[in-house]
Design a protein around this ligand. Structure first.
Ligand code: AGP
Length: 609
């Protein structure tokens, strides 16, 4: 997804900006650009493709400048070409801007700028209008021009602007797109995301909606939309910068798979006391508030929505509140029945997923309270929620989510128990039982990881397959869906997940000799049913690898191959079984020579619709 970095100071702007953009590479991008202000001149360079191409373009001393802005773009409006890359420069060459988000009324603005002012557009982007608008309003104060231009823009934006005619400062504004600023020894910094600044400062200002920020070499000043100065405090970011690097693994994804035991432990830490009672101070809702809730909607996208599917029956079991799982992109448009008695539970690793942000806004407009499970502190979803439960996966860099998923499930289980205890629908003994089982989970995940050799062997046997199906029942449907998504995103193999009971309603028509299936059978109460489904597929000569719990004797009589996860309770199995599928997808992707951490067409956080 797009990234913004700005710098003003005594150091080299191009170096600081490129270093910040490099730190944001993991988010995915398809072009990059930089605008530097040097000796009364605006120097703009952009390239499609990798950052290295841009770095090569600005290598010379003529690009040494004290101030500038940079951008990595992930194409939405218009192809990933040099013309469409940011920064965009105004018609008169005075202003350069970078933009994250979408200007919804750009067509109207474009028509107006072309007709009234004769401006010729050089890109296909929505963002270009911003540069022209600012230039039209620009007399001698860039901040004033940005303020006026923002009044004309509808949509979501984090915009940073520079001009050689107001050369000492970067002016930026945000609405519904992340923006942060900070100071380091060598100057002032601005970025769309925390990792871009981590190398230089850990104390940052989180810019709020409609705020304007002015960054100079020795100050960060924040203003409201009328340019009245605001007094804001900094937030300290306690991420370990080293944790954001690969730590010896070939790929972030592999590192993050290995970090799952720690992530789960961290998610449990401080939330359970010695007596296995919950200490969820993060969730400040009262029994009365909870008793008033008659329905929970889980809203999330992709992997996070699969965590929601695993969490749903567990919340219903312990809290005795009906739960529906909705994709955020569907929920926000389908006129959901949401009242002040609804609790919307948003799940998001990044906390910046546009569809999920809009889903919670829709819910709030309708009077619901929002509880979110988020991994990134201070992210938009966290800030807009009434209650936040942070999963403690640590920074997740690989596009394919792994540790965020397993820690989201653990978070949902703790929330389910907490709600149940408050409402009196779960006994202390049952609560203790699940908490103890959760505490065993890191060791079980570790065991699957240790079986990597076998998983790699299995990947070798099957990596040339062109189609792979995943089936399961109950919580194993969510595992099948997550397994299928993992495989699709990083290997590009055509795969498909379905509830095993649904096969006979249509999909079974696809089963012929050697059609390849993973059958997940970890839910004891559905075991017999799953066995029949496996028989059903085998009778049609499908090739089946079954994923079961250790000790299983019957599946191996039917399936072609069996992978056993350590024996554990049904509720724990989805957290353990998915690790097998993460490793399988990883090794298949590697054998196929894929770009594992940054698969094609994908970005880490989807901040556009
Ligand atoms: C997972 O592997 C994906 N890359 C994707 O489905 C992701 O989970 C989804 O975009 C939601 O992101 P979020 O958790 O940051 O909201």
């Amino acid at each position: 997804m797009c990234g913004i970095v700005g710098y003003a100071g005594s150091g080299s702007a191009k170096e600081m900006i490129l270093s910040g953009l490099n730190a944001l590479k993991y988010r995915g991008y398809d072009s990059a650009g930089i605008a530097l202000v040097r000796k009364g001149k605006l120097l703009v360079r952009k390239e499609s493709g990798k950052l290295e191409a841009l770095e090569a373009k600005v290598g010379g001393a003529e690009f040494d400048a004290p101030l500038g802005i940079g951008h990595t773009r992930w194409a939405t409006h218009g192809a990933p070409t040099r013309e469409n890359a940011h920064p965009h420069v105004s018609f008169d060459g005075r202003v350069a801007i970078v933009h994250n988000g979408i200007i919804e009324n750009f067509m109207e603005l474009k028509a107006e700028l072309a007709q009234k002012h004769g401006i010729r557009f050089v890109s296909e982007t929505d963002s270009e209008v911003i540069a022209h608008l600012i230039a039209l309003y620009f007399e001698d104060d860039l901040a004033e021009a940005v303020r006026k231009a923002a009044k004309r823009m509808h949509g979501a934006y984090a915009v940073a602007a520079v001009s050689a005619d107001d050369a000492e400062r970067i002016v930026a504004i945000r609405k519904d797109a992340p923006l942060i600023a900070g100071l380091c020894g060598e100057g002032g910094l601005l970025a769309s995301d925390i990792p871009a600044l981590l190398k230089y400062t850990r104390d940052v200002y989180l810019i709020e909606n409609d705020e304007i920020v002015i960054v100079t070499k020795d100050s960060v000043q924040i203003f409201d939309e009328e340019l009245t100065r605001l007094n804001r405090t900094k937030t300290h970011i306690d991420w370990d910068a080293v944790a954001a690097e690969r730590g010896g693994y070939e790929h972030f994804m592999m590192k993050e798979i290995h970090e799952q035991p720690t992530g789960i432990k961290e998610t449990l830490r401080h939330r359970v006391d010695a007596k296995k009672e919950l200490l969820l101070d993060d969730l400040a809702f009262t029994k009365e508030e909870l008793d008033a809730v008659d329905r929970i909607y889980i809203v999330a996208c992709g992997t996070a929505s699969h965590a929601g599917l695993v969490g749903k029956p567990v919340i219903e079991k312990y809290a005795r509140i009906p739960v529906e799982v909705d994709l955020s992109s569907e929920f926000r448009y389908r006129n959901p029945i949401v009242t002040e008695h609804t609790l919307v539970l948003a799940i998001s690793q990044s906390g910046e997923t546009s569809d999920t942000i809009e889903a919670i806004r829709e819910a709030k407009r309708r009077g619901a309270k929002v509880l979110s499970v988020v991994n990134v502190k201070g992210s938009s979803i966290a800030r807009e929620s009434d209650h936040v439960f942070y999963s403690a996966a640590g920074p997740e860099i690989a596009v394919a989510s792994t540790k965020a998923y397993t820690t989201q499930i653990v978070s949902l289980y703790l929330i389910a128990l907490h709600m149940g205890r408050l409402r009196g629908t779960v006994s202390a003994a049952d609560c203790k039982k699940l908490v103890e089982a959760l505490e065993q989970t890191p060791a079980l995940v570790e065991k699957v990881i240790k079986d990597e050799k076998r998983i790699r062997k299995l990947a070798k046997e099957h990596y040339k397959k062109e189609k792979i199906f995943f089936v399961g029942r109950g919580a194993d449907v969510a595992t099948a869906q997550e397994a299928s998504l993992k495989l699709k995103e990083i290997t590009y193999i055509n795969s498909f997940a379905i509830a095993a009971g649904e096969l006979k309603h249509g999909t079974i028509a696809l089963i012929t000799r050697n059609v390849f299936f993973f059958a997940v059978a970890t839910q004891s109460y559905l075991y017999e049913k799953m066995l029949s489904n496996i028989e059903e597929m085998k009778a049609r000569k499908a090739e089946i690898v079954a994923v079961v719990k250790e000790g299983d004797k019957r599946v191996k009589e039917i399936a072609d191959e069996v992978f056993a996860i350590p024996d554990c309770g049904d509720e724990i199995a989805p957290i353990v079984a998915v690790v097998f599928f993460q490793l399988f997808a990883y090794h298949v992707a590697k054998l196929r020579g894929r770009d594992i951490d940054q698969p094609r067409n994908l970005a880490k956080s989807v901040t556009v619709e």
